[in-house]
Write a protein that binds this ligand. Structure first.
Ligand code: ADP
Ligand code: MG
Length: 441
């Protein structure tokens, strides 16, 4: 179906212009009328509002990709009544307009990263308001504020929770939810939305990547994900140490990468590039950390792999079918995301809900030349070029790094935050929680 309508794009100085609009399958295509405006698509999840001004006039606001960037456009479609009815039926059946939802509970960490979270939230808020979604916002005042609040909050009036910060606040929110008495119900029904307000936004980067979007559009994509709130199942990791249990959605690591994450905390203000100063230093003077990695590998046989894993007691030996590797490692990562940050790809094929964990181990020694190879190819998972690296799909793990001979402890992180407990084990909970996305993946 083709219609003529008035379209105005925010970046376009020409203002309202007559364009031809084509409706096909799940897309609305706005065709070019002159050399200055280009054709663009209102693809799934990008229309945020749609209102009938009269029986012959509708107004829609959307964030399509125009000239390589997601931008706001407003369309006024004026046509006959029958065509408007047709358009309405089309938009509803194609499910490209956000559904009505209860309000969102939003946590913003104003001190995250380069202190950009407030600005990110104001951009996202502008978008979700177009979709008529209300929100209650909490600006966190201390670490664990979000976790403590959501642990006891009455969630009845909310349709989901949103984290505007880095991976650390998301970790807090997830653990706050996991501490609730109704967690088993909440994790399946109460989706989590993400907006990249931290200096380390690995989970959001991985989501943007999986949606086929570009990092430069991350805030617009976050707005669309949250506004549309199509919720998508996501795996998470259930972990335990000798003293406590917790959940993680990004991963657990020891060695080189955690050292860069922790070491660079003091230069948090530098933003995402901060870790790379440490990386450069470590390239010159690589350090290896010894320990043991035990894991239950994915067999590839669904009948075996679908049986939920039962973890052994942490003080008992692991079951016989588990494998073990010990020795010196440059880095060990049990990961549930593909990107570590905007520049480092760790697991190219990792999916939100692929149902397993990715164990990436790089054994020592690694020469300076090899370190260089990794760093030069960090955006294309350069560590996989090293013969010392192995990547295994697993369902459960136990990490027991040794205490370094010179005292101190082996650098470890959970969801890129410092972790001091050393002995830790965990298992995958496939499709265990839900993440907001702009379209079904
Ligand atoms: P970044 O990407 O900058 O590391 P995170 O979301 O990971 O951002 O947050 C970093 C840490 O800040 C987390 O451990 C979180 O618990 C903590 N935090 C949250 N709110 C505050 C606050 N208001 N002041 C200080 N720390 C906070
Ligand atoms: Mg962090």
């Amino acid at each position: 179906m083709e219609l003529v309508c008035l379209v105005k794009a925010d970046h376009d100085r020409l203002g309202w212009q007559e364009r031809i609009v084509r409706l096909q399958q799940r897309e609305v295509i706005i065709l070019t009328v002159s050399s200055v405006t280009e054709e663009f698509r209102l693809d799934q999840g990008c229309i945020l509002s749609y209102s009938e001004e009269s029986k012959t006039l509708v107004r829609a606001v959307a964030w399509p990709r125009i000239c390589g960037k997601r931008r706001r456009v407003e369309c006024l479609l004026e046509t006959d009544e029958a065509t408007i009815e047709q358009l309405k039926t089309f938009l509803e059946s194609a499910q490209i307009v956000p559904k009505e939802r209860k309000k969102l509970l939003v946590f913003v960490n104003p001190y995250a990263g380069t202190k950009k979270a407030k600005k990110v939230w104001s951009d996202v808020k502008y978008m979700i308001e177009h979709a008529n979604i209300a929100s209650d916002v909490v600006f966190t005042e201390r670490a664990n504020h979000a976790r403590d609040m959501i642990k006891d909050a009455n969630l009845e009036h909310y349709s989901g929770v949103v984290s505007v910060s880095g991976d650390g606040l998301l970790h807090e929110i997830l653990n706050g939810l996991a501490a609730r008495a109704d967690w088993e119900e909440v994790r399946q029904k109460f989706p989590i939305g993400l907006a990249p307000g931290g200096s380390g936004n690995a989970v959001h980067c991985s989501l943007v990547f999986q949606l086929g979007e570009v990092f430069a559009d991350e805030v617009a994509v976050a707005g669309l994900n949250i506004a549309n709130g199509v919720s998508q199942p996501a795996d998470f990791i259930e972990c335990e140490t000798k003293d406590r249990t917790f959940v993680s959605i990004f991963g657990i690591a020891w060695g080189f990468i955690p050292e860069a994450d922790i070491g660079s905390e003091v230069i948090r203000w530098m933003g995402p590039s901060r870790a790379y100063l440490w990386v450069a230093w470590r390239m010159l003077f690589p350090v290896f950390y010894a320990g043991k990695v035990e894991y239950l590998e994915v067999t590839g046989d669904p009948e075996v792999d679908n049986i939920p894993v039962k973890l052994p007691k942490i003080t008992d030996p692991v079951p016989e079918e588990w494998k073990a590797e010990s020795g010196e490692f440059l880095n060990v990562y049990v990961c549930k995301q593909s990107w570590l940050d905007y520049a480092a790809l760790l697991v190219p094929d990792c999916k939100l809900d692929d149902g397993f964990l990715w164990l990436v181990m790089t054994r020592g020694p690694v020469s300076r030349m090899e370190m260089m190879t990794w760093l030069m190819n960090v955006e294309t998972a350069g560590h996989l070029l090293l013969k010392q690296t192995t990547m295994v799909k697993i369902r459960a793990f136990r990490l027991s790094p040794d205490t370094p001979a010179d005292g101190g402890s082996c650098p470890m992180t959970v969801d890129a935050e410092r972790f001091d407990e050393v002995l830790v084990q965990g298992r995958i909970r496939p499709r265990g929680c839900r993440i907001m996305t702009k379209q079904q993946l």
